[in-house]
Design a protein around this ligand. Structure first.
Ligand SMILES: NC(=O)c1ccc[n+]([C@@H]2O[C@H](COP(=O)([O-])OP(=O)(O)OC[C@H]3O[C@@H](n4cnc5c(N)ncnc54)[C@H](O)[C@@H]3O)[C@@H](O)[C@H]2O)c1
Length: 247
C-alpha cells in the first residue's frame, strides 16, 4: 500500500456509491483521512474504508443547499481544522426533450450539478485560500463535449463545470489548484447498465475501447490529481472516456 497522502485531509461528496465512493476509498488507501459526504447514508463506504484500516468520518450534506454546505465546512473547520482536497462527485442525471422538460427539472439538475459544484468549491476555497494550499476536483462528463439529444440540462450543467474549473483555476492560483474529471460512461448506479436495453448499451460502448469505465479507473485519476505528481496541473478537464472524445 502506498501512502503518499498520509496526513492529508480529503472531502468527497457523493461518497455513498459510484465514483465518489471509489474516489474516497482510493484516497483513504493512499493515506488521507476522508470525510464522506452525501445526502444519503455513506455507511457502506465507511465500513469498507475502516475495514481496510483507513481513517474516515461521515457528514450528511445536500450540495445544492447553501445552509447544508455551510454546516459541512463548519464541521470540517471544527473537527479537522484544515482541508487539502475536495472531490465533488455528487451529481444527478435526468433526461427529457427540450419540448417536454419542465423548467423545474432543468433547475433541479443545474442546482445539484452546477450550483452544488459552486457551493462546494466556495466552501473549499474559503478554507484553502487562507491556508495557501489545496486541490479542488470537480466532476464533469464527456457529454459536456459530445452533447446528447434529450440531455440538454445535464450537458449544460457539465459544460458549466468545465468553465467554472478554468475560472477558479485562474482565480485561486498559484496556491490552490482546480481541475475537473469528465468521464465517459462508468459502471455505477447512475448508469444502471443492468436496466439498459442492448441499443442503449451499444451507444454507451461506442468508443475505440468498446467498453464502459470502472469506478476505480476514475478514482485513480482523482488520486493522481490529489497527489505529489500533479503539481503542474490546474484548470484542466481530464477525460477518461475510452477515446470517445479526443481533446
Ligand atoms: N456514471 C457515469 O457514467 C458518469 C459519467 C460521467 C460523469 N458522471 C458524473 O460523476 C458523478 C458521480 O456519478 P456516479 O455515476 O457515481 O453517480 P451515482 O448516482 O452512482 O452517485 C452519485 C451520488 O451523489 C449523491 N447525490 C446526488 N445528489 C446529491 C446532493 N444534492 N447532495 C449530496 N449528494 C448527492 C447520490 O446520493 C449518490 O450517492 C456525477 O456528477 C455524474 O454526473 C458519471
Amino acid at each position: 500500500m502506498t501512502a503518499e497522502l498520509t496526513g492529508k485531509i480529503a472531502l468527497v461528496t457523493g461518497a455513498a456509491q459510484g465514483i465518489g465512493a471509489a474516489a474516497a476509498k482510493s484516497l483513504a488507501e493512499a493515506g488521507a483521512r476522508v470525510i464522506l459526504s452525501d445526502r444519503r447514508d455513506t455507511i457502506a463506504t465507511q465500513k469498507t474504508i475502516e475495514t481496510a484500516g483507513g481513517a474516515v468520518r461521515a457528514e450528511a450534506t445536500d450540495v445544492a443547499d447553501p445552509l447544508s454546505v455551510d454546516k459541512l465546512f463548519q464541521s470540517i473547520l471544527e473537527n479537522e481544522g484544515n482541508l487539502d482536497f475536495v472531490v465533488n462527485a455528487a451529481g444527478i442525471l435526468s433526461e427529457g426533450t427540450i419540448i417536454n422538460m419542465p423548467v423545474s427539472e432543468f433547475d433541479r439538475i443545474i442546482s445539484v450539478n452546477l450550483r452544488g459544484s459552486f457551493l462546494i468549491a466556495q466552501g473549499a476555497a474559503k478554507m484553502m485560500a487562507p491556508a495557501k494550499s489545496g486541490r479542488i476536483i470537480l466532476i464533469s462528463s464527456e457529454l459536456a463535449y459530445l452533447g446528447r439529444a434529450e440531455f440538454s440540462a445535464y450537458c449544460a450543467s457539465k459544460a458549466g463545470v468545465v468553465g467554472m474549473t478554468r475560472a477558479l483555476a485562474r482565480e485561486l492560483a498559484p496556491d490552490v489548484q482546480v481541475n475537473s474529471v469528465a468521464p465517459g460512461p462508468v459502471d455505477t448506479p447512475m448508469l444502471a447498465l443492468e436496466n439498459m436495453s442492448q441499443e442503449w448499451i451499444d451507444r454507451e460502448i461506442d468508443n475505440p475501447l468498446e467498453r464502459v469505465g470502472k469506478p476505480r479507473e476514475i478514482a485513480a485519476l482523482v488520486r493522481f490529481l490529489c497527489g505529489p505528481d500533479a503539481g503542474f496541473f490546474t484548470g484542466q478537464t481530464l477525460s477518461p472516456n475510452g477515446g470517445a472524445v479526443m481533446i
